[in-house]
Design a protein around this ligand. Structure first.
Ligand SMILES: C[S@@+](CC[C@H](N)C(=O)[O-])C[C@H]1O[C@@H](n2cnc3c(N)ncnc32)[C@H](O)[C@@H]1O
Length: 310
């Protein structure tokens, strides 16, 4: 008769056997990294209580229809964003921009799909501090054979030197800059925040317990201005993202939107001109748009370099 062992003994045996197996030394780094990530995720979910309901086993099984549905849901989202961005780009003299910078694009193509659909032929500079994000984005873009050329710059928004261009785009980056700042101040790893719903929510709540710091707003304005050649077009958006609506993070969406408006006020003080009315026209009549004019700012920066008093 087979006697079932108690789960904690089975777990211990399994971990022993796994660690013996891993000692064999012929395991690829990606296997070890994935295993470590999965185990850390389990630990986090156990601590937060989320592990009471786990879809972990489901996710590890081979369910093609579910994976396809999920993939399409994301891809539909990217395409809707790209179509929305295409409406904006149509109102800009794209041929007059030999290059443009996409700040913190992350791992998914959104602006790049819009540029591809618009037939842009210049150079697209992808600026992000995470190599995995840039690699994943470049891999994805290879499928589309865009007419534009790509250059990646691995660096921090708040560091110098940085590339400059006549068109600078930051699509939904203000939440990321806030999360990143919190992680830096508290010695946390930003990528871990994106991988855990509970950590993400917890950190957002912590950030919102304080008013948006004036110094950080000014620092961010200065950092963004440093990407802009004099008289450049700077476009920033901050709309309710899928994760925010799925997790009903309305206060967070508003917090980040206030950040957007605060930045706009600083740029106007620095002599920028608001070009929103011209460039964002067309958005309101677009059906199934991803964001509206109120979620975007379009500024023509001053033709003279203005110094911000920090
Ligand atoms: C969630 S992803 C994508 C955000 C994206 N723009 C979007 O469309 O939602 C955020 C990216 O911002 C990058 N990031 C955050 N703070 C940064 C900083 N201070 N400097 C450079 N990259 C940063 C991260 O490395 C990550 O790849």
């Amino acid at each position: 008769m087979c006697v079932r062992k108690q789960p904690h003994i089975e777990i211990k045996n399994l971990l022993d056997s796994l660690s013996n197996d891993l000692k064999s030394g012929d395991k690829h780094t990606w296997i070890l990294n994935n295993l470590l990530r999965d185990l850390k995720a389990i630990e986090r979910r156990m601590k937060s209580g989320e592990y009471a309901d786990t879809d972990f086993e489901n996710r590890n099984s081979f369910d093609i229809p579910r994976r396809t549905r999920e993939f399409f849901r994301y891809f539909r989202g990217y395409m809707r964003q790209a179509q929305t961005w295409k409406v904006l780009l149509k109102n800009l003299p794209m041929n007059s921009f030999p290059s443009l910078i996409n700040i913190c694009p992350g791992w998914a193509p959104k602006i790049e799909l819009a540029l591809h659909l618009s037939g842009y032929e210049g150079q697209v500079i992808l600026f992000d501090k995470n190599q995995d994000s840039l690699t994943s984005l470049m891999d994805f873009l290879e499928f589309f054979e865009p007419r534009f050329t790509l250059k990646t710059v691995l660096s921090d928004v708040y560091s110098l030197p940085k590339p400059t261009a006549k068109l600078v785009i930051g699509n939904h980056i203000l939440d990321d800059l806030l999360l990143n700042k919190f992680c830096q101040d508290h010695n946390l790893i930003l990528e871990d925040v994106y991988e855990s719903e509970s950590t993400y929510k917890e950190i957002i709540q912590k950030i919102m317990t304080r008013k948006l710091s004036k110094e950080f707003i000014a620092e961010t304005a200065q950092a963004l201005q440093a990407f802009c050649e004099p008289g450049a077009t700077l476009i920033l958006t901050q709309y309710p993202a899928l994760a925010e609506t799925d997790l009903t993070l309305t206060d967070w969406t508003r917090f980040c939107h206030d950040f957007l408006l605060a930045l706009k006020a600083i740029f106007l003080q620095l002599g920028a001109v608001d070009e929103g009315t011209t460039v964002l026209k067309g958005l309101e009549t677009q059906t199934a748009k991803y964001f509206s004019a109120e979620h975007a700012i379009v500024l023509k920066t001053s033709p003279y370099r203005q110094q911000l008093d920090l």
